[in-house]
Ligand binder design. Structure first.
Ligand code: C5P
Length: 209
């Protein structure tokens, strides 16, 4: 059966998740935040008190990931994203999670998937590929405002350093590094609010519909 796939990639706090959610709702597609699958593996190791470089445990945790029960609340906790980027360098983990992500994408009528390697590895035949970026300063400021808005405490400089370290790790890894697919549309949201970015993304998708 024919499915429609929108692949969205980009660095941490680029706004790709919000954009993916809005596009999925607008076009009536399923949505998968693939970052949550890597976060779930990291969370399992952290909860078990295991080191993040324990390949056997990470692979087993990856096999246990259930896309239907991924809980954004517990997985968005501070530090889990950083831990996720450490387990995300393991090929065995990636292979296992990518298989689940591809199966998800095949469910009619199709899906919006967001992550780091959707256009390059998970769904190389996606109908539309977007690479969403923004300057590190802008992304750090968004994350900072988000945390303050939730009543949390945060230091801007620390967040900026975290964001830059995580990007560097995601771009430098050997297996499925973060980079735009050759046929991806670049969307720099540094100067855009979410509505403007949403409109720009729709214009791109509507052309191939
Ligand atoms: O997007 P999010 O911040 O939730 O992702 C957490 C981490 O999971 C990323 O920093 C990255 O290392 C990893 N990830 C990945 N491939 C994906 C999605 C996330 O390697 N498709």
């Amino acid at each position: 059966e024919r499915v429609f796939t929108i692949a969205i990639d980009g660095p941490a706090a680029s706004g790709k998740g919000t954009l993916a959610r809005k596009l999925a709702a607008h076009y009536g597609l399923h949505h998968l935040d693939t970052g949550l699958t890597y976060r779930a593996v990291a969370r399992a190791l952290l909860d078990a008190g295991l080191p993040l470089d324990n390949e056997a445990a990470a692979e087993q945790a990856a096999r246990g990931v259930d896309l239907g029960t991924l809980d954004r609340e517990t997985l968005s906790a501070h530090g889990v994203g950083e831990a996720a980027s450490k387990i995300a360098v393991m090929s065995a983990v990636r292979r296992t999670l990518v298989e689940k992500q591809r199966a998800f994408a095949k469910t009619p009528p199709g899906a919006v998937l967001d992550g780091r390697d959707i256009g390059t590895v998970v769904c190389p035949d996606a109908d539309v590929k977007l690479y969403v970026t923004a300057s590190a300063a802008v992304r750090a400021e968004r994350r900072w405002r988000e945390i303050l808005g939730q009543g949390g405490e945060a230091d801007y400089e620390t967040i900026l350093a975290d964001v830059e370290r995580r990007d560097a790790r995601d771009m430098a890894r050997a297996d499925s590094p973060l980079k735009p697919a050759g046929d991806a549309h670049l969307l720099d949201t540094s100067e855009m609010d979410i509505e403007t970015a949403f409109r720009a993304a729709r214009a791109i998708v509507d052309k191939v519909l």
